[in-house]
Design a binder for this molecule. Structure first.
Ligand code: AMP
Length: 541
């Protein structure tokens, strides 16, 4: 690991990194703990050249804040970085970063984001953060920068800033690391006495209580806030007795600044809730009702130490997995269901078609598995909802709309050869699961409920007897002007296909144990849809 303290050395080292290498960057103020370590570890696994900065940025500290007191165990931090596989550590002095006595340029993110939550109580803080992060991004030129969700407002502001200023970096937020007690790790936890540390668990405990209420269906933000405030007020919680001051416009004088906290018992420690708010996680604007996702953020003083914490609440829409034999109506039902529910129809066929199109577009032989594997490794494939039942999804590959191109006979003729390749299938299943993580999708196939989404909230095995399916097929064929096919031949064909589908090596047709079997012999499409919707209500309640 190389350690540099000057901007010129840093720039020289960065210029030596090969353009083919991905630079991962973790900006910190040092006093590294497991929270920081989790960011560094992620950067090390996801990128090729990891840069960490340690700089206690005076610009983000207010006049009465803890700039001088902030812990600076540099030698220990260096050892941690080295051990984790950091390639370059940047530890500049204040004058290196802010050389002139003159005023420096300040990056000013939208006031709507900097004046809420912590911004209300820490004027200039986020402008200070935005300024140093912009400077560091310009110096390090990272591909990915890692930030902790612990500082939720900071991540939201940095994401907005990089987007608005077209800074070419991916801002990756990482989960909060906590002690066993639930207390979020923070360099400032060092200020806490052991009694205060115990009391500090109140932050996460109160958030968890609101989170449980949310999981049980509470969507009213005032009610969720009440739960947190109640927990801070609660006399029955032994930890909370005495010393509690619930004053939102924090009056510093009310803190026992001169008391020796160590001498105090648990009940004498002054706890002050500074704010608790429910906001939209990206824009940070207040919410009254949660329909999608929300951030509950909290700041409180435990003794003289100000701590922050938060939880993200997400209303995940379910995944509906529809499996079943060919001809049972899966694709018609899935498309209509997705449209009526406002979900995405996960058109897996379209995904394989898109890859096939890309293979042909790159003049790669459809049997050349190696070239196809490297082609799919970095592919960007998007499915966007469509209002048109004939075109169930809009398909984009590497940003290009190819919705029409994938339906041409040229692609249709080759798709099965490409779809049979394991690299393609693995990538497509991973992509499908990424969509699934967001929820609100209808997916159909043969192994969706067993293999792709084994945890889908609603699994339907849509089937019909071979006789019923053959009759439907016969009507279709007659409508297309074909009249010399008889029902028995069609029944045999369908039985043969069912056998092949349930015994094939890749993705065999299988009913998940927890799937609801829906036999559509005597049902119209409308009736099938109504039945599935009623099952959906049951799983959601
Ligand atoms: P700091 O040194 O406090 O500026 O933090 C550096 C980075 O570490 C920021 O992106 C923080 O959000 C992140 N971080 C701090 N504490 C934690 C934690 N407990 N879990 C995850 N990330 C954290």
């Amino acid at each position: 690991m190389l350690i540099v303290t000057s901007i010129s050395e840093l720039q020289r080292e960065i210029s030596r990194v090969s353009p083919s290498q991905k630079i991962g960057f973790v900006p910190t103020m040092g006093a590294l703990h497991s929270g920081h370590e989790s960011l560094i570890q992620r950067a090390v696994t996801e990128t090729d050249f990891v840069v960490v900065s340690i700089f206690v940025n005076p610009l983000q500290f207010g006049k009465n804040e803890d700039l001088d007191q902030y812990p600076r165990p540099l030698e220990q931090d260096k050892a941690i970085c080295k051990q984790l596989g950091v390639k370059l550590l940047f530890t500049p002095s204040v004058t290196e970063i802010y050389p002139s006595e003159e005023e420096t340029t300040i990056v000013n993110p939208p006031t709507a984001m900097t004046s809420v939550l912590c911004g209300k109580y820490r004027q200039g803080h986020f402008q200070g953060v935005a300024t140093i992060v912009t400077k560091l991004f310009n110096l390090v030129c990272p591909n990915v920068a890692y930030f902790g969700q612990k500082d939720a407002q900071q991540v939201a502001i940095i994401k907005k800033m990089t987007k608005d200023l077209n800074i070419p970096v991916k801002v990756q937020s990482c989960p909060i690391i906590r002690e066993k007690s639930g207390l979020a790790l923070s360099s400032r936890n060092q200020y806490l006495s052991s009694e205060e540390k115990e009391k500090a668990t109140l932050l996460y405990r109160s958030l968890s209580k609101a989170q449980r209420a949310f999981q049980e269906g509470q969507r009213d933000c005032q009610k969720l806030l009440q739960i947190v405030k109640e927990e801070f007020r609660s006399p029955q919680t032994p930890l909370n007795k005495g010393g509690l001051n619930l004053d939102n416009s924090l009056n510093k004088k009310s803190l026992n600044l001169n008391d020796s906290l160590n001498k105090k018992g648990l009940n004498d420690i002054n706890i002050q809730l500074q704010y608790v708010e429910v906001v939209e996680p990206e824009t940070l604007q207040p919410l009254t009702e949660i329909s999608d996702s929300a951030l509950i953020a909290i700041a409180a003083y435990i003794g003289n130490t100000r701590l922050i914490d938060n939880v993200i609440l997400t209303v995940t829409k379910p995944i509906i997995a529809l499996d079943g034999p060919a001809g049972a109506g899966k694709s018609t039902v899935s498309r209509r269901l997705a449209r009526e529910l406002g979900y995405i129809y996960l058109d897996t066929g379209a995904m394989y078609r898109a890859i096939t199109w890309l293979v042909m577009e790159n003049n790669i032989n459809v049997e050349d598995e190696e070239s196809i594997a490297s082609l799919v490794a970095n592919v960007q494939l998007e499915l966007l909802p469509s209002d048109n039942l004939q075109i169930p999804v809009t398909v984009k590959i590497n940003g290009q709309d190819i919705t029409k191109e994938i339906r041409t006979p040229r692609v249709t003729n080759q798709v099965s050869k490409v779809a049979a390749q394991s690299a393609v299938r693995e990538k497509m299943v991973a992509l499908q699961q990424e969509y699934g993580a967001k929820g609100g999708i209808v997916a159909e196939g043969r192994d969706i409920g067993t293999n792709v989404f084994p945890h889908a909230q609603l699994k339907i095995f849509l089937t019909a007897t071979p006789q019923a399916r053959a009759k439907r097929r016969l009507i279709d064929l007659q409508n297309q002007g074909e009249s010399n096919i008889d029902l028995d031949t069609l029944i045999k064909e369908i039985e043969g296909r069912d056998y092949l589908d349930s015994t094939r090596a890749i993705a065999p047709l299988k009913k998940a144990e927890d799937a609801i079997e829906l036999i559509t012999d005597n049902l119209t499409i409308d009736q099938v849809i109504e039945k599935i919707k009623s099952y959906l209500i049951l799983v959601q309640s």
